[in-house]
Design a protein around this ligand. Sequence first.
Ligand SMILES: *[C@@H]1O[C@H](CO)[C@@H](O)[C@H](O)[C@H]1NC(C)=O
Ligand SMILES: *[C@@H]1O[C@H](CO)[C@@H](O)[C@H](O)[C@H]1NC(C)=O
Ligand SMILES: *[C@@H]1O[C@H](CO)[C@@H](O)[C@H](O)[C@H]1NC(C)=O
Ligand SMILES: *[C@@H]1O[C@H](CO)[C@@H](O)[C@H](O)[C@H]1NC(C)=O
Ligand SMILES: *[C@@H]1O[C@H](CO)[C@@H](O)[C@H](O)[C@H]1NC(C)=O
Ligand SMILES: *[C@@H]1O[C@H](CO)[C@@H](O)[C@H](O)[C@H]1NC(C)=O
Ligand SMILES: *[C@@H]1O[C@H](CO)[C@@H](O)[C@H](O)[C@H]1NC(C)=O
Ligand SMILES: *[C@@H]1O[C@H](CO)[C@@H](O)[C@H](O)[C@H]1NC(C)=O
Ligand SMILES: *[C@@H]1O[C@H](CO)[C@@H](O)[C@H](O)[C@H]1NC(C)=O
Ligand SMILES: *[C@@H]1O[C@H](CO)[C@@H](O)[C@H](O)[C@H]1NC(C)=O
Ligand SMILES: *[C@@H]1O[C@H](CO)[C@@H](O)[C@H](O)[C@H]1NC(C)=O
Ligand SMILES: *[C@H]1O[C@H](CO)[C@@H](O)[C@H](O)[C@H]1NC(C)=O
Length: 477
Amino acid sequence: MRQRELLLFLLLCIAIIVPPGFSYTDPDDVAVLKSFLKKQGKNVPSDWKNSDPCGVSGNGSWVGIICHDSRVANLTLFNMNIQGTLSAEIGNLKQLQRLDLSSNPKLGGTLPGTLGNLIHLDSLKLVNCTFSGKIPDALGNLPNLTFLALNANNFTGRIPPSLGKLSKLTWLDLADNQLSGLLPVSVNHGWGLDQLLKAEHFHLNQNRFTGKIFEEIFTANMSLRHILLDRNQLEGSIPDSIGLVHTLEVIFLTDDLKVLSSLFIIFYSRLDKNGLTGKVPLLSNLTKLNFLNLANNHLTGPLPNLTALTALNFLDLSTNQFDLSEAPTWLSNLQHLRTLAIESGQLRDQIPQELFSFKELQEVNLKNNSLNGTFDMGNDVTSSLYKVNLELNNITSVTLSPNYSNNLMLMGNPVCSIPHLSTTAYCNDAFDQSSAIGSLNITDCSHPFTGFLVLRAPFFSDHLITSKNLNKTSQED
Ligand SMILES: *[C@@H]1O[C@H](CO)[C@@H](O)[C@H](O)[C@H]1NC(C)=O
Ligand SMILES: *[C@@H]1O[C@H](CO)[C@@H](O)[C@H](O)[C@H]1NC(C)=O
Ligand SMILES: *[C@@H]1O[C@H](CO)[C@@H](O)[C@H](O)[C@H]1NC(C)=O
Ligand SMILES: *[C@@H]1O[C@H](CO)[C@@H](O)[C@H](O)[C@H]1NC(C)=O
Ligand SMILES: *[C@@H]1O[C@H](CO)[C@@H](O)[C@H](O)[C@H]1NC(C)=O
Ligand SMILES: *[C@@H]1O[C@H](CO)[C@@H](O)[C@H](O)[C@H]1NC(C)=O
Ligand SMILES: *[C@@H]1O[C@H](CO)[C@@H](O)[C@H](O)[C@H]1NC(C)=O
Ligand SMILES: *[C@@H]1O[C@H](CO)[C@@H](O)[C@H](O)[C@H]1NC(C)=O
Ligand SMILES: *[C@@H]1O[C@H](CO)[C@@H](O)[C@H](O)[C@H]1NC(C)=O
Ligand SMILES: *[C@@H]1O[C@H](CO)[C@@H](O)[C@H](O)[C@H]1NC(C)=O
Ligand SMILES: *[C@@H]1O[C@H](CO)[C@@H](O)[C@H](O)[C@H]1NC(C)=O
Ligand SMILES: *[C@H]1O[C@H](CO)[C@@H](O)[C@H](O)[C@H]1NC(C)=O
């Protein structure tokens, strides 16, 4: 009993003897954070005052800091209006696993190469700031990096081929910068994107990449699910090797600036184009593909044979230079289609009627083709269909379905010269695009926010930027 009391007393003494300046946090880490404070002091969280970033409890007494064994392991200062630049000292946070300084628009300047010293880094997110200059080669030295998101900044120069060394990388997002040059492949550049076998996401859209996409960039042992290359200045043909990546769910190679979300369809003006030419490669192995957008390129040859792509729910082949052909019969295989667009696609004859009974179908755009004869959607029109655009075809008669009363656009067809039709909404441009509701539901792309809603490409729920999403993503993962 006495012994126990003594022990208690001793413990108490120790607790009191510990000097007030004692810091649980490793002094090196304290020094880095202090310098960070000095430079970005204005807007760091208000509790970044006491001397001990990790806190005696060891679970992070400063907002945004999580420690492990008295070392700073996670540093997350998301959307805090931090200003200034990132100093080279950041490289001294030797045990850092996660660095997220996203959505601080006044945080900019060049990235210090010392980031390459953070060898335990698992996740690096510097999204939606104003970083500029080159992406440091040294980022290739981060052996455990799985998540790299530098999108929505002002980076210039090339993709460092050294990123090909990031053998654990699952997510690469460099979209919405001013990166240029060729997409690096190991055979030409020593290291390259083709080596990122674990990567599920290449988001490289909205940059200034030029030249051809090398055949070697895609291999059968890749894990890619999403390839986004729209709004660059790429040329040449789509590499045949894309057909090998059987994990692919989404290909987005267009400059078509139409962004659908679950709530809105937003129509944009065009920016710079990819000028992809040549034939569409064989895609028949891509049976998981649910989204294919090749619109607004200069693709030639026959329309691709998409018979096997039965998972497709978005297909846009508009405005290319495909051969004149009949409306493809494989359309009646694509039972999960929600959106079909083959505008200016040189299609003639008739559209398979089955299409209009597909349960998920919402929107059909076959404007400016040579479809002719009678247009008849049949009697089994799906209730989710809200818009059918057949303007500028050669349709001479229409059999209206009693259970379809949504938009059907027929302007510019011979059928509109029939007097009693010519004044109807069908033959006049009555459809209000801004009221359209479309949705493409790619819910399993559950990874966090990767860029702008408005200026970036496509349709995944993870691209929808709401403050709710942003909060979520700064904490998760
Ligand atoms: C800290 O970062 C690591 C590595 O990214 C991650 O696994 C862990 O969940 C993060 N911890 C917290 C509490 O966010
Ligand atoms: C970028 O960050 C700013 C400031 O935090 C924020 O207001 C804006 O919504 C962010 N933009 C996007 C697309 O996340
Ligand atoms: C990388 O991760 C593995 C497995 O999580 C771990 O064993 C290894 O120590 C890490 N390497 C570095 C440099 O952090
Ligand atoms: C980023 O680049 C854009 C486009 O060149 C430019 O308008 C903007 O001022 C740049 N921002 C900064 C902070 O450099
Ligand atoms: C990819 O798979 C092929 C065989 O399918 C193999 O020859 C090649 O070495 C693999 N590449 C890598 C980088 O593992
Ligand atoms: C489809 O996959 C098989 C087996 O992996 C492969 O041999 C074939 O070359 C692929 N076809 C195309 C068009 O890529
Ligand atoms: C289209 O591809 C399917 C299988 O993917 C094949 O059975 C069919 O013969 C092809 N059609 C044409 C016209 O090549
Ligand atoms: C429309 O059909 C008429 C008669 O069948 C034909 O003469 C004309 O060339 C067709 N126009 C187009 C654009 O296909
Ligand atoms: C539709 O056009 C094709 C030629 O493209 C022609 O052979 C066919 O007779 C036309 N059909 C009708 C009903 O006009
Ligand atoms: C998206 O799909 C999921 C699962 O398939 C479903 O639960 C959800 O309601 C869908 N959302 C929309 C907007 O269609
Ligand atoms: C996001 O986080 C901030 C700070 O934690 C909070 O004030 C804000 O209400 C959150 N927004 C949403 C939509 O959860
Ligand atoms: C972390 O800190 C909170 C209060 O800041 C405390 O309630 C909790 O017990 C601490 N956790 C550990 C593991 O020390």
